[in-house]
Design a protein around this ligand. Structure first.
Ligand code: NAP
Ligand code: ZN
Ligand code: ZN
Length: 347
């Protein structure tokens, strides 16, 4: 066992505080990683504050983890000490069901094991996340990271990156596809980057007029202010694919009306309250709504390799861990450009 330094939520309302806990002894299939950076996802905040229900405390959030391998177990073949490595939103699954065999472990029929806020598969140990100095985990759920990219910018790829890459690939986004990305936060800004990189015609759909310039800088071709009814009318039945990354309660209908014939809205945002949908908004143009959860292990490595090849990283604001509570407050106010990343040296 080794002691990890961390920050944890002790309940659903107090600020996160310094915390320490034991990481397990290295097992044969394990990789021990010294964490260097960890991204701050809106899901961390939803869970720390128990906005989805069922939160377990003490909770060390964080599932956008990058660092250096310090030791590997005797059965590990993919990693050696000194390698860069990443860990995302899951650390285990049953590995035997159809979805695990497809390397789509996020849809494991027995339920994937999240990186934190859950019990590990032994049903005893609490999984603890990346706002910590080290993690010990199974190599299947550890990814290779290119030495070429800025490491702090890579961290958010482990959740915000794969969560937007996977649905855009699944929807077959390619040259000429009309894609609307709803919400320019951590996920949204990666969605814009990927859709642009796949050759799509990309529109940023935002509630924040001040983000128009950033959208353009990120490569978006058009900007649609969703609070402006006239502008929304101009884009009626326009898009093939919408990627909905909104974190706050909202209704789907106003966005569904933007979909062209057989267009689909891919849902990745997980607000605390369920959005409402009017069937009429779906019937027109035979529209559909599809959900998507992160991405599987094979696809996550594919995405990381794609980013290395195309020089894609997140736009980040690096913070010391002591600023995590302030970062949460700023996230709620949409004041993130576009991902906070913790420098874990500051622990
Ligand atoms: P974030 O950085 O806080 O960005 C969310 C964005 O939503 C904001 O920047 C804002 O963009 C927009 N927004 C906020 N309030 C809104 C409202 N009332 N109406 C319309 N738009 C609004 O959050 P994130 O880290 O990208 O996460 C986004 C959501 O995805 C969260 O709910 C998170 O839990 C979820 N998530 C899901 C998965 C998955 O596997 N499916 C993975 C990771 C995260 P504008 O200012 O541009 O409007
Ligand atoms: Zn996340
Ligand atoms: Zn499974």
């Amino acid at each position: 066992m080794s002691t990890a330094k961390a920050f944890a939520a002790l309940n659903d309302h107090d600020p996160l505080v310094p915390f320490s806990f034991e990481r397990r002894e290295l097992r044969a299939g394990d990789v021990n990683i010294e964490i260097l950076y960890c991204g701050v996802c809106h899901s961390d905040l939803h869970q720390a504050r128990n906005e989805w229900g069922g939160s377990m405390y003490p909770m060390v959030p964080g599932h956008e983890i990058v660092g250096r391998v310090t030791a590997v177990g005797s059965a590990v073949t993919k990693f050696k000490a000194g390698d860069l490595a990443g860990v995302g939103v899951m650390i285990d699954s049953c590995r035997a069901c159809n979805n695990c065999k497809r390397e789509m472990e996020q849809y494991c029929e027995e339920g994937m094991t999240g990186t934190y806020n859950t019990l590990e598969r032994d049903k005893v140990t609490m999984a603890q996340g990346g706002y910590s100095s080290a993690i010990v985990t199974e190599e299947r759920f550890v990814f290779h990271i290119s030495e070429k990219l800025d490491l702090a910018g890579v961290a958010p790829l482990l959740c915000a990156g794969i969560t937007t890459y996977s649905p855009l690939r699944f929807a077959g986004v390619k040259k000429g596809t009309k894609v609307g990305v709803i919400g320019l936060g951590g996920l949204g800004h990666m969605g814009v980057k990927f859709a642009v990189s796949f050759g799509a015609e990309v529109t940023l759909i935002s509630t924040s007029p001040s983000k128009q310039k950033d959208g353009e800088r990120l490569g978006a071709h058009k900007f649609l202010l969703s609070t402006d009814k006239e502008q929304m009318k101009q884009f009626d039945s326009y898009f093939d694919v919408l990627l909905n990354t909104v974190s706050a309660p909202h209704n789907y209908d106003q966005y569904l009306s933007l979909l062209d014939f057989e267009g689909r809205m891919m849902i990745v945002g997980l607000p605390a309250k369920n959005p409402s949908v009017a069937p009429f908004a779906l019937l027109k143009n035979r529209r559909s709504i599809t959900g998507s959860m992160i991405g599987g292990t094979a696809e996550t490595q594919e995405m990381l390799d794609y980013c290395a090849e195309h020089n894609i990283v997140a736009d980040v604001e690096i913070i010391p861990i002591q600023k995590i509570n302030e970062a949460y407050e700023r996230m709620v106010k949409n004041d993130v450009r576009y991902r906070f990343v913790i420098d874990t040296k500051t622990l």
